[in-house]
Design a protein around this ligand. Sequence first.
Ligand code: BES
Ligand code: MN
Ligand code: ZN
Length: 496
Amino acid sequence: MADSVKIDFQAHGAVEGGDLIVFVDENLKLAPAVAKQLGPKAVDLIAKAAEVESFKGKVKSAMTIAAPSALSADRLIVIGVGGEKDRQNPDWVQLGGLVAGRASAKIATAVLDLPGIEVTPDGIADMALGVRLRRYSFDRYKTKKDENKTDGTGSFVFTVPDPAAAKKVHKARDGVATGVIMARDLVNEPPNVLGPQEFAARAEALSKLGVEVEIFDEKAMQKLGMRALLGVGQGSTRGSRVAIMRWNGGKAGAQPIAFIGKGVVFDSGGISIKPGGGMEDMKGDMAGAACVVGLMHALASRKAKANVVGAIGLVENMPDGNAQRPGDIVTTLSGQTIEIINTDAEGRLVLADVLWYVQDRFKPKFMIDLATLTGAILVALAQEYAGLFANNDELAQRITAAGQATGERVWRMPLGPEFDKMIESKFADMKNSAGRHGGSSTAAALLQKFVNDVPWAHLDIAGTAMGSPQTEVNKGWSSGWGVRLLDRLVRDHYES
Ligand code: BES
Ligand code: MN
Ligand code: ZN
């Protein structure tokens, strides 16, 4: 949205006016070359201002002072990088967010020579990513713009040891930032604007990057036999869609990896209608699908050396004379039957058919699905972790590690025969709801019935995708959760 944040890389020494940003450790020490660049007067000024403001150079802290006239800058922004332990493993993305949060809307120069920290092209690119995520805002529907807002704008110069190397890594990483922003935009869009068809069109736009996109309409899905998915959408006047996206950046014919997303463009609950309070948040019930689209954008724009399938099920869950009822039994694409107990447990019905389809057609190396699947995951993990369910320890461990690396953290939750038993139905092969206890695990247990022996992981992102705690790089409602995590997973393990 209105995203015109500019980031340039130059050799150390250049200052373009505006804000000058420098970094100090917990002893208020600048990197030696920066101290030299600023001169003793400015170094002295920093020490004095720090005393007045009791600024201690702690990690994630900052102070702003008027720049001395000798510097060609208006304001001097001093950012703390903390003690030795903080400096061993700097969080570059959050640091970028802090820089963008402190700098003004005009031009800012950040001197990326940090005391006691090795500044790598990778770290620099992550900082730039943090800058863009921090400056994101969704204001498409505000007719009055705030002129003083820094959101969506800003011009940054990073002075770095090797501008060419930084530019190269940044170019790839910038596609990840755009992918996160795309996912955020999709989740923020109101549900009258973004129906299944409109969402599918956004997926189709990825073809500009060389992604092959197929869209199934209801007729195509009927022919295939995706009756569980179609049942969810049958109360809506807007037709359901499935979008299949393929990025073939790996070896020709090599087994792909697959990402599947829940795309309920609005979840009223259907006949088992939800209470009115907060129902507007259910426009975000397509965050899993939004993440898959954002991820495909990220991978394609950086020309990832992997074959990747993205598949999303797009439906609207509405009450209507033609809507699905509690008591209905649907036959899924797999042939297994599901008794509908609660029409509000719809996400698993959508995913059941898409998981089966992807597994059957693409024979992937692994499948990872993302879904705002259960309120119960918020009860278990608040909005700090996404729930991770997996039938494969290696895949679970790799996702967990990528979560640690990106700050999009996951916590493993149980699957098992106890939960399979809880979804046994009197009339069909299984039922779609088993009540409150273990609600996230019984939902995952249903999904597992549509996965054969392929390594599979399910991420329940109902807590993390929207309304989650604010960070230096997430100041809005939708977080774009998962794009950075999964891009990192692919980068670390699945590129030849
Ligand atoms: N989309 C909701 C889950 C959800 C809740 C997402 C809160 C984001 C925030 C899902 O379709 C749902 O309604 N789940 C029910 C399942 C129940 C009926 C078995 C739930 O969690 O209450
Ligand atoms: Mn629901
Ligand atoms: Zn839902």
